[in-house]
Write a protein that binds this ligand. Sequence first.
Ligand code: PEP
Length: 249
Amino acid sequence: MSRKKIIAGNWKMNMTPSQAVELVNTLKPLVETEDADVVFCVPAIDIIPVIEAAKGSNIQVGAENMYYEDKGAYTGEISPAMLTDVGVKYVVLGHSERREYFAETNETVNKKMLKAFEYGITPIMCCGESLEQREQGVTMDFIRQQVKVGFLNVTVEQAKTAVIAYEPIWAIGTGKTATTEQAQEVCKAIRECIAEIYDEATAEAIRIQYGGSVNAVTAPELFAQPDIDGGLVGGAALKPDFGKIVNWK
Ligand code: PEP
């Protein structure tokens, strides 16, 4: 089975709404492709202007986070219904920055995964080890736990549509990309973990991205790996280089 690549930008806490519109207008002609799904995951306040600016293009819009309740007294949070109401298709869940600074756990990520599926939003669930964990030789133990807990009670049909982003923490925003071999090895092991939880067909269907200082130079080799189905891109998603990453072939 051939999986369609998915290349997503994670804007993090960058771009005011007016800057966001300008960036979309710059990138729109550069990210045209039929070979990959192209997703801009943007700050909540930028979602509506970015959706407007991206109209008529192949850009799909995602959120960077979402809460796991339908609505209510959760000051400052964004609900899944708010996202779907304006046309959001994807949500990044469990990014390492949210795990580190905002007390995100495997359990809250799991609740958000279930809620996202309930609303028809495709989760891009992040996982990845720290440098210390890599040096201790526990990379796969740690990631397997993130994946297994993250997917608790997710049905086989839902899992087939999910996206997992493997992002070694030591490679995020550091300019250090994992080697192609390291990235492929972990993405393959994640796929095997999905096969254990579900079955081979689900493992074949699920899309697994690599993230961590991906740029126009490193993307082609990374994306050519058999178990790497695209990338989650931070810094380079804010530059015209993103067009080259999307058109990596
Ligand atoms: C990210 O934020 O998910 C990321 C991979 O960032 P960068 O590409 O800047 O390392």
